[in-house]
Design a protein. Structure first.
Length: 228
């Protein structure tokens, strides 16, 4: 499926109301770049398109014109089974990611089988000055290292991130709220000792209090730790 045919296919799946809705949720991205393909349809198409050899040409053709092409790109990367190839494609794509939705849709399954190598990449990504490279690194840390592979020292990675970018700060808060739910004993000192920036500290507490995975007792305690 060549580039023009691919665009024609995506436009055939278009939902203009959904395009307008997505544009409102994704500030900073030009409204005209949204085709309006709903994510379930895009996921289904990505699975089919990944079987075609031409999808590699699409991955190599950067930057893309449309938001939906970037979403498709992220979904295709998530399906790559070879770890090294997946990392290469991820590193090539991340500099072109310009919004939270494209960043967050990327979740390569192969990463779960390469935790040692992945941690090295996470450390590098999370130190990036590029908003969505940093966010992606922190999201991969949250996805892969808060359960059986958790180590308390990993909490220092997001705690050390300093950024004025909203989508980075929100990711740090999301990470620590999730960490409180999964690794309370190791994580709560970061809140008690106010190791995060004030805005991120309070946003972490807000998100944790909204979580059903945090007990009522824990929520009550977190409320006492807000920075006023």
């Amino acid at each position: 499926m060549r580039d023009n045919k691919l665009k024609e296919h995506l436009f055939a799946l278009r939902d203009e109301k959904y395009a307008a809705f997505q544009a409102k949720l994704t500030p900073g991205v030009p409204a005209e770049s949204f085709i309006g393909v709903r994510v379930p349809l895009l996921r289904k198409f990505a699975k089919e398109y990944a079987k075609e050899a031409e999808h590699m040409d699409f991955l190599a053709h950067l930057p893309h014109e449309y938001y939906d092409e970037n979403m498709l790109h992220g979904l295709l990367i998530s399906q790559i089974k070879d770890y090294k190839e997946c990392i290469q494609q991820t590193d090539a794509f991340l500099p072109h990611v310009d919004n939270w939705a494209v960043c967050d849709i990327m979740s390569p399954k192969v990463f779960a089988k390469h935790k040692v190598e992945l941690m090295e990449k996470i450390r590098a990504w999370s130190q990036s000055s590029h908003t969505y490279t940093c966010r992606f690194g922190l999201e991969m840390l949250m996805s892969h290292f808060l359960d059986k592979d958790f180590k308390a020292e990993y909490l220092q990675i997001p705690a050390s991130v300093r950024s004025e970018e909203y989508y980075v700060r929100m990711m740090v808060a999301w990470f620590f709220a999730t960490a409180l739910a999964k690794q309370w004993e190791a994580t709560i000192p970061y809140i008690e000792q106010k190791k995060l920036e004030p805005w991120t500290h309070n946003k972490t507490i807000q998100k944790a209090i909204e979580s059903y995975r945090i007990t009522d007792e824990q929520k009550a305690y977190l409320r006492t730790l807000k920075i006023k």
